[in-house]
Ligand binder design. Structure first.
Ligand code: FES
Length: 104
């Protein structure tokens, strides 16, 4: 059995999943402490949250902080890589787009 499959209440090291709530474009999403912001969004069914200059959707690509495909504005700070940022209760995420106004 892998460690991730041990229920929190029977974990011998005392792990306890602490729930957290983030807000993404005004919508609340639930996660647990230890997840990245990207994993909270993915678990909620969001596969993308950014639009590239050519209009194509972007989300997690590398998952390790290399590609910058997963960036969003977190607590008013733009260009945060959601695959690297641990989720904290109360985080507010605003999705970003790089589509130029005249191309919309
Ligand atoms: S998915 Fe590549 S930097 Fe986040």
């Amino acid at each position: 059995m892998s460690p991730s499959m041990i229920p929190p209440d029977s974990d011998p090291v005392g792990r306890a999943d602490r729930p957290l709530t983030i807000v993404v474009d005004g919508a609340e999403m639930q996660g647990v402490s230890g997840q990245t912001l990207a994993s909270v969004l993915l678990a909620a069914g969001r596969s993308h949250w950014r639009t590239a200059p050519n209009g194509t959707p972007r989300g997690v690509f590398c998952g390790i902080g290399i590609c910058f495909d997963c960036v969003a504005t977190v607590n008013d700070v733009p260009d945060i890589r959601l695959c690297r940022r641990p989720a904290r209760d109360g985080d507010t995420i605003a999705t970003q787009t790089r589509v130029f106004e005249e191309e919309r």
